[in-house]
Write a protein that binds this ligand. Structure first.
Ligand code: NAP
Length: 245
Protein backbone atom coordinates (compact mmCIF):
# COMPACT_ATOMS: atom_id res chain seq x y z
CA UNK A 1 0.00 0.00 0.00
CA UNK A 2 1.13 3.60 -0.66
CA UNK A 3 2.55 5.43 2.30
CA UNK A 4 -0.39 6.83 4.23
CA UNK A 5 -0.72 10.18 5.99
CA UNK A 6 -2.24 10.50 9.47
CA UNK A 7 -3.40 13.71 11.15
CA UNK A 8 -3.40 13.14 14.91
CA UNK A 9 -4.61 15.81 17.32
CA UNK A 10 -3.02 16.18 20.76
CA UNK A 11 -0.12 13.96 19.72
CA UNK A 12 2.63 16.00 21.35
CA UNK A 13 2.44 13.83 24.45
CA UNK A 14 0.51 11.10 26.26
CA UNK A 15 -1.76 8.71 24.38
CA UNK A 16 -1.61 10.75 21.16
CA UNK A 17 2.19 10.57 21.05
CA UNK A 18 2.05 6.77 21.40
CA UNK A 19 -0.52 6.58 18.59
CA UNK A 20 1.76 8.70 16.39
CA UNK A 21 4.79 6.49 17.06
CA UNK A 22 2.79 3.31 16.50
CA UNK A 23 1.39 4.47 13.16
CA UNK A 24 4.82 5.78 12.12
CA UNK A 25 6.18 2.26 12.61
CA UNK A 26 3.51 1.18 10.10
CA UNK A 27 5.12 3.46 7.50
CA UNK A 28 2.64 6.31 7.97
CA UNK A 29 3.65 9.99 7.72
CA UNK A 30 2.45 11.99 10.69
CA UNK A 31 0.95 15.47 11.07
CA UNK A 32 0.66 16.40 14.73
CA UNK A 33 -1.91 19.10 15.55
CA UNK A 34 -1.42 20.41 19.05
CA UNK A 35 -2.14 23.41 21.23
CA UNK A 36 1.27 24.26 22.72
CA UNK A 37 4.40 25.48 20.99
CA UNK A 38 6.36 22.88 19.03
CA UNK A 39 9.05 22.77 21.73
CA UNK A 40 6.57 20.96 24.03
CA UNK A 41 6.54 18.02 21.59
CA UNK A 42 10.35 17.87 21.19
CA UNK A 43 10.69 14.32 22.59
CA UNK A 44 7.86 12.98 20.43
CA UNK A 45 9.23 14.61 17.27
CA UNK A 46 12.71 13.21 17.99
CA UNK A 47 11.28 9.72 18.45
CA UNK A 48 9.27 10.06 15.24
CA UNK A 49 12.40 11.15 13.36
CA UNK A 50 14.04 7.84 14.36
CA UNK A 51 11.31 5.90 12.53
CA UNK A 52 12.24 7.41 9.15
CA UNK A 53 8.79 8.77 8.28
CA UNK A 54 8.02 12.45 7.72
CA UNK A 55 6.53 14.08 10.81
CA UNK A 56 5.50 17.72 11.10
CA UNK A 57 4.06 19.76 13.91
CA UNK A 58 1.17 22.22 13.50
CA UNK A 59 0.12 24.50 16.32
CA UNK A 60 -3.65 24.90 16.39
CA UNK A 61 -6.53 25.02 18.85
CA UNK A 62 -8.93 22.29 17.69
CA UNK A 63 -11.89 24.20 19.12
CA UNK A 64 -11.33 27.06 16.61
CA UNK A 65 -13.36 26.21 13.47
CA UNK A 66 -11.52 28.56 11.10
CA UNK A 67 -8.06 27.75 12.47
CA UNK A 68 -8.77 24.03 11.93
CA UNK A 69 -9.70 24.70 8.29
CA UNK A 70 -6.46 26.61 7.76
CA UNK A 71 -4.33 23.89 9.35
CA UNK A 72 -6.06 21.04 7.48
CA UNK A 73 -5.57 22.86 4.14
CA UNK A 74 -1.90 23.40 5.03
CA UNK A 75 -1.40 19.71 5.90
CA UNK A 76 -2.88 18.65 2.56
CA UNK A 77 -0.56 21.14 0.83
CA UNK A 78 2.44 19.70 2.68
CA UNK A 79 1.60 15.98 2.47
CA UNK A 80 -0.72 15.79 -0.56
CA UNK A 81 -3.55 14.02 1.30
CA UNK A 82 -4.94 12.90 4.66
CA UNK A 83 -5.83 9.19 4.87
CA UNK A 84 -6.26 8.88 8.62
CA UNK A 85 -7.71 11.30 11.17
CA UNK A 86 -7.29 10.52 14.86
CA UNK A 87 -9.24 12.89 17.12
CA UNK A 88 -7.33 12.50 20.36
CA UNK A 89 -6.98 16.01 21.85
CA UNK A 90 -8.92 16.30 25.06
CA UNK A 91 -9.01 18.05 28.41
CA UNK A 92 -10.76 17.70 31.76
CA UNK A 93 -12.10 20.36 34.12
CA UNK A 94 -13.60 18.18 36.84
CA UNK A 95 -16.11 19.56 39.34
CA UNK A 96 -19.44 18.50 40.74
CA UNK A 97 -22.28 20.16 38.84
CA UNK A 98 -23.06 22.25 41.93
CA UNK A 99 -19.67 23.94 41.54
CA UNK A 100 -19.22 23.70 37.79
CA UNK A 101 -19.00 27.06 36.02
CA UNK A 102 -20.48 27.67 32.57
CA UNK A 103 -16.91 28.24 31.35
CA UNK A 104 -15.86 24.75 32.61
CA UNK A 105 -18.67 23.22 30.58
CA UNK A 106 -18.02 25.28 27.44
CA UNK A 107 -14.26 24.76 27.28
CA UNK A 108 -14.45 20.97 27.71
CA UNK A 109 -17.25 20.59 25.16
CA UNK A 110 -15.52 22.98 22.74
CA UNK A 111 -12.23 21.08 22.74
CA UNK A 112 -13.36 17.48 23.26
CA UNK A 113 -16.48 17.41 21.09
CA UNK A 114 -16.58 20.45 18.81
CA UNK A 115 -12.87 19.85 18.15
CA UNK A 116 -13.79 16.46 16.64
CA UNK A 117 -16.55 18.03 14.53
CA UNK A 118 -14.20 20.77 13.31
CA UNK A 119 -11.62 18.22 12.20
CA UNK A 120 -14.16 15.87 10.58
CA UNK A 121 -15.86 18.79 8.80
CA UNK A 122 -12.62 19.99 7.20
CA UNK A 123 -10.85 16.67 6.60
CA UNK A 124 -13.71 14.69 5.03
CA UNK A 125 -13.91 16.75 1.78
CA UNK A 126 -10.32 15.67 1.07
CA UNK A 127 -11.05 12.05 2.02
CA UNK A 128 -14.16 12.00 -0.18
CA UNK A 129 -12.13 13.04 -3.21
CA UNK A 130 -9.82 10.08 -2.63
CA UNK A 131 -12.73 7.75 -1.84
CA UNK A 132 -10.79 6.64 1.23
CA UNK A 133 -10.62 7.63 4.87
CA UNK A 134 -10.16 6.20 8.34
CA UNK A 135 -11.40 8.27 11.28
CA UNK A 136 -10.88 7.25 14.89
CA UNK A 137 -11.98 9.45 17.78
CA UNK A 138 -10.90 8.87 21.37
CA UNK A 139 -13.92 8.72 23.65
CA UNK A 140 -13.84 7.27 27.20
CA UNK A 141 -15.74 4.64 29.18
CA UNK A 142 -16.85 7.60 31.28
CA UNK A 143 -18.96 8.65 28.27
CA UNK A 144 -20.90 5.39 28.69
CA UNK A 145 -20.91 5.08 32.49
CA UNK A 146 -21.09 8.69 33.66
CA UNK A 147 -18.85 9.77 36.52
CA UNK A 148 -19.54 12.08 39.46
CA UNK A 149 -17.49 15.24 39.02
CA UNK A 150 -17.17 14.86 35.25
CA UNK A 151 -20.52 15.99 33.79
CA UNK A 152 -18.79 18.08 31.12
CA UNK A 153 -16.20 15.43 30.26
CA UNK A 154 -18.69 12.53 30.26
CA UNK A 155 -21.10 14.50 28.05
CA UNK A 156 -18.31 15.35 25.60
CA UNK A 157 -17.16 11.72 25.40
CA UNK A 158 -20.75 10.45 24.99
CA UNK A 159 -21.18 13.05 22.26
CA UNK A 160 -18.20 11.61 20.42
CA UNK A 161 -20.01 8.27 20.24
CA UNK A 162 -23.13 9.81 18.63
CA UNK A 163 -20.95 11.83 16.27
CA UNK A 164 -18.94 8.74 15.28
CA UNK A 165 -22.04 6.68 14.48
CA UNK A 166 -23.44 9.53 12.38
CA UNK A 167 -20.18 10.02 10.49
CA UNK A 168 -20.09 6.27 9.82
CA UNK A 169 -23.57 6.46 8.25
CA UNK A 170 -23.00 9.65 6.25
CA UNK A 171 -19.57 8.77 4.87
CA UNK A 172 -19.70 4.97 4.58
CA UNK A 173 -20.74 5.15 0.91
CA UNK A 174 -17.49 7.10 0.25
CA UNK A 175 -15.34 4.33 1.79
CA UNK A 176 -14.66 6.41 4.90
CA UNK A 177 -14.96 4.51 8.18
CA UNK A 178 -15.49 6.18 11.56
CA UNK A 179 -14.93 4.42 14.85
CA UNK A 180 -14.32 5.38 18.46
CA UNK A 181 -11.95 3.97 21.05
CA UNK A 182 -13.06 4.22 24.67
CA UNK A 183 -10.16 3.92 27.10
CA UNK A 184 -10.66 3.10 30.75
CA UNK A 185 -7.93 4.10 33.24
CA UNK A 186 -4.66 4.44 31.37
CA UNK A 187 -1.23 4.81 32.96
CA UNK A 188 -0.27 8.46 32.37
CA UNK A 189 1.30 11.26 34.40
CA UNK A 190 -2.16 11.84 35.85
CA UNK A 191 -2.61 8.31 37.19
CA UNK A 192 1.06 8.09 38.31
CA UNK A 193 0.33 10.96 40.70
CA UNK A 194 -2.40 9.02 42.55
CA UNK A 195 -1.72 7.59 46.02
CA UNK A 196 -1.40 3.81 46.51
CA UNK A 197 -4.76 3.85 48.27
CA UNK A 198 -6.41 5.56 45.30
CA UNK A 199 -4.76 3.10 42.92
CA UNK A 200 -6.00 0.10 44.92
CA UNK A 201 -9.55 1.51 44.81
CA UNK A 202 -9.18 1.87 41.05
CA UNK A 203 -7.91 -1.69 40.54
CA UNK A 204 -11.00 -3.05 42.33
CA UNK A 205 -13.16 -1.64 39.51
CA UNK A 206 -11.11 -3.38 36.81
CA UNK A 207 -11.55 -7.15 36.25
CA UNK A 208 -8.06 -7.41 34.72
CA UNK A 209 -6.72 -5.77 37.88
CA UNK A 210 -4.31 -3.24 36.39
CA UNK A 211 -4.19 0.04 34.51
CA UNK A 212 -3.94 0.10 30.73
CA UNK A 213 -0.85 1.35 28.91
CA UNK A 214 -0.85 4.05 26.24
CA UNK A 215 0.31 1.29 23.88
CA UNK A 216 -2.98 -0.58 24.47
CA UNK A 217 -4.87 2.40 23.06
CA UNK A 218 -2.42 2.85 20.18
CA UNK A 219 -2.83 -0.84 19.26
CA UNK A 220 -6.61 -0.42 19.04
CA UNK A 221 -6.20 2.63 16.79
CA UNK A 222 -3.63 0.79 14.66
CA UNK A 223 -6.16 -2.00 14.12
CA UNK A 224 -9.09 0.29 13.31
CA UNK A 225 -7.12 2.16 10.63
CA UNK A 226 -5.69 -1.04 9.12
CA UNK A 227 -7.03 -3.03 6.17
CA UNK A 228 -7.97 -5.78 8.63
CA UNK A 229 -10.71 -3.41 9.89
CA UNK A 230 -11.96 -2.38 6.43
CA UNK A 231 -15.50 -3.70 7.17
CA UNK A 232 -15.74 -2.17 10.65
CA UNK A 233 -17.45 1.20 11.03
CA UNK A 234 -19.54 2.91 13.69
CA UNK A 235 -18.20 0.83 16.56
CA UNK A 236 -16.98 1.86 19.98
CA UNK A 237 -14.03 -0.29 20.98
CA UNK A 238 -13.60 -0.31 24.75
CA UNK A 239 -10.02 -0.72 25.93
CA UNK A 240 -10.59 -0.77 29.65
CA UNK A 241 -9.60 -4.11 31.20
CA UNK A 242 -13.31 -4.89 31.56
CA UNK A 243 -14.01 -1.85 33.73
CA UNK A 244 -17.34 -1.24 32.00
CA UNK A 245 -19.15 -4.42 30.98
P1 NAP B 1 -2.88 14.49 27.80
O1 NAP B 1 -1.61 13.80 28.15
O2 NAP B 1 -3.41 15.56 28.68
O3 NAP B 1 -2.74 15.06 26.32
C1 NAP B 1 -3.77 15.77 25.70
C2 NAP B 1 -3.26 16.37 24.41
O4 NAP B 1 -4.31 17.15 23.84
C3 NAP B 1 -2.06 17.27 24.63
O5 NAP B 1 -1.12 17.07 23.62
C4 NAP B 1 -2.69 18.65 24.54
O6 NAP B 1 -1.84 19.65 24.06
C5 NAP B 1 -3.77 18.42 23.50
N1 NAP B 1 -4.75 19.48 23.53
C6 NAP B 1 -5.43 19.94 24.62
N2 NAP B 1 -6.22 20.97 24.25
C7 NAP B 1 -6.04 21.15 22.92
C8 NAP B 1 -6.59 22.06 21.97
N3 NAP B 1 -7.48 22.99 22.31
N4 NAP B 1 -6.16 21.96 20.69
C9 NAP B 1 -5.26 21.04 20.31
N5 NAP B 1 -4.71 20.15 21.17
C10 NAP B 1 -5.11 20.22 22.46
O7 NAP B 1 -4.09 13.45 27.65
P2 NAP B 1 -4.08 11.86 27.47
O8 NAP B 1 -4.20 11.24 28.80
O9 NAP B 1 -2.97 11.45 26.56
O10 NAP B 1 -5.49 11.67 26.73
C11 NAP B 1 -5.64 11.65 25.32
C12 NAP B 1 -7.10 11.42 25.00
O11 NAP B 1 -7.54 10.20 25.61
C13 NAP B 1 -8.03 12.51 25.53
O12 NAP B 1 -9.07 12.74 24.61
C14 NAP B 1 -8.59 11.91 26.80
O13 NAP B 1 -9.83 12.45 27.15
C15 NAP B 1 -8.69 10.45 26.40
N6 NAP B 1 -8.71 9.53 27.55
C16 NAP B 1 -7.66 9.42 28.40
C17 NAP B 1 -7.70 8.54 29.47
C18 NAP B 1 -6.53 8.39 30.43
O14 NAP B 1 -6.62 7.56 31.36
N7 NAP B 1 -5.43 9.11 30.24
C19 NAP B 1 -8.85 7.77 29.67
C20 NAP B 1 -9.92 7.90 28.80
C21 NAP B 1 -9.83 8.77 27.72
P3 NAP B 1 -0.86 20.50 25.04
O15 NAP B 1 0.24 19.55 25.41
O16 NAP B 1 -0.43 21.57 24.16
O17 NAP B 1 -1.68 20.91 26.21
Amino acid sequence: MDKRVALITGAGRGIGAKIALTLAKENTDIAIVDYSDESAAKETLEALAQTGVTARYYKCDVSDFNAVKTVVDQIVKDFGKIDILVNNAGITADKLILRMEESDWDRVLDINLKGCFNMIKHVTPYMMRKRYGRIVSISSVVGMMGNAGQANYAASKAGIIGLTKTVAKEFGPRNITANAVAPGFIKTAMTDALTDEQKQAMYKQIPLGCLGETQDIANAVKFLVSDDARYITGVVLKVDGGMYI
